[in-house]
Design a protein around this ligand. Structure first.
Ligand SMILES: [Zn+2]
Ligand SMILES: [Zn+2]
Length: 429
């Protein structure tokens, strides 16, 4: 109870003072730490539980695996997976779900499929974990196949399952299919929430059906949220409808508190429509909120070490080699046709990366580090806490082509697998 209410100190006090503890109390404490993002504490308590030869159960494993997934520590996750196999808990669908999301979040989808195949009795959570993994990795056809299979097994898809198929439709530009799934929610008695509407509007908007998107919004039984208008804004931006974009921006403004990322969208929408004063107002709102901008970070795992980079970073011990690698690669990339688009620096880049030279955005430093460190046949896996900017996305495509390497980038939005000059997201992210 204390852990769930976020009072971890009190929870720990109770835990420490218990004369006798069993697997339930240990797991409760570990789960509490895991839920609050106290990664270190969760893991060290888990180690202690193992050390004291305590019987852990599938729920304990599931909790620590979630910790590994959220912090994307793949090596440790694999070790814990090994322990699950030893103790036969790998057949539990709770453990299975956690393993699937661990592997998926760490950028490797194959072992996730394998886990899914190996667990014979699957609960809804596990199906959903697999659906999310496929969606994150752009295996859109697999999303549809799984959904069908789920129905065949007589499982009732829930709101998460539907979010996944709608997302897949939107990503693949399948308008009719998207509408079909949206209608299907009715049949399963799932009330569409704001996110489902946002997904449908996103699908229609990207396909250029802006009027239809508007009429969906007008008929919504619940009040449209920022995410719904944001989806419309995206469609307007793609199809150059500045007037409708400004209209959507006005509606967002009426909602009052706006998230920092949205303010940038609004400001751009107004600027595109020539409403400079409103654009300035949106920018000012962002400043007034005193939002602490998140620092852009990219990190890469090497054995048991994690190397973290910020834009323009010169702190790493191998800085000279990293910049030299970027220099060399830059020349090859330009020969291959890469032209840096610095307008992204003004338009889309969040946080303080804006002020840094685009060539040294954190993900590029991390990739260069990977190139000088890992053997050529090993994919380079990078994690980033912000969205990858448009120019870096283009640049990384060229990096993969010129170096012949597979580069996997997980940003705060999705996965990108770059290979031979192409990205798995199909430039749709
Ligand atoms: Zn960038
Ligand atoms: Zn991509």
């Amino acid at each position: 109870m204390y852990a769930k209410c976020g009072q971890l100190k009190t929870a720990r006090k109770v835990f420490d003072e218990m004369p006798e503890r069993n697997v339930v109390s240990w797991t409760g404490m570990i789960y509490g730490y895991a839920q609050s993002g106290e990664t270190g504490e969760a893991l060290s308590l888990f180690k202690q539980a193992l050390y004291e030869n305590l019987d852990v159960n599938d729920f304990t494993f599931s909790s620590v695996l979630n910790v590994c997934g959220n912090t994307t520590v793949l090596e440790l996750g694999k070790q814990i997976h090994g322990l699950c196999v030893k103790t036969s808990f790998d057949s539990s669908s709770f453990v299975g779900s956690s393993l699937i999301s661990l592997y998926s979040k760490c950028g490797v989808i194959e072992p996730a499929y394998q886990v899914f195949e190996e667990v014979r009795v699957r609960n809804l959570g596990m199906w959903n974990a697999m659906l999310i993994a496929c969606a994150q990795h752009s295996h859109m056809n697999k999303v549809f196949d799984l959904f069908k299979e789920m129905e065949r097994f007589g499982l009732k898809p829930n709101f998460i399952s539907f979010l996944c198929v709608l997302y897949a439709c939107s990503h693949a530009g399948l308008v009719e299919k998207g509408k079909y799934y949206f209608e299907l929610m009715n049949k399963y008695g799932v009330d569409p929430a704001a996110h489902h509407f946002a997904s449908l509007v996103d699908l229609l908007g990207r396909a250029g059906k802006l009027q239809e998107a508007i009429s969906v919004i007008e008929k919504m039984p619940i009040a449209p949220t920022e995410s719904v208008w944001g989806a419309l804004l995206t469609g307007c931006r793609i199809h150059g409808n500045t007037e409708l974009a400004a209209y959507a921006a006005d509606r967002v403004f009426e909602l009052g508190i706006v998230s920092p990322g949205m303010n940038v969208l609004l400001s751009n929408a107004y600027a595109a429509a020539g409403r400079w004063e409103d654009a300035a107002k949106a920018r000012k709102m962002l400043r007034d909120q005193g939002v602490k901008k998140e620092t852009g970070l990219s990190w890469v795992e090497e054995g048991n070490r994690v190397h973290t980079f910020v834009a323009g970073d010169r702190c790493h011990v191998r800085t000279r080699e990293i910049y030299q690698k970027l220099e060399e690669l830059g020349e090859e990339m330009e020969k291959a046709g890469y032209v840096p688009d610095t307008s992204f620096v003004l338009r889309e880049v969040d946080g303080d990366e804006k002020n840094q030279t685009i060539r040294y955005h954190s993900e590029r430093l991390a990739i260069a580090f990977g190139m000088i460190t890992f053997p050529p046949d090993r994919p380079i896996r990078i994690m980033k806490n912000l969205r990858v900017c448009g120019d870096c996305h283009t640049a990384i495509k060229f990096m993969s082509k010129c170096s012949g390497r597979v580069i996997i980038v997980r940003d705060n939005n999705r996965f990108h697998r770059f290979e031979d000059g192409k990205c798995s997201c199909g430039d749709y992210w």
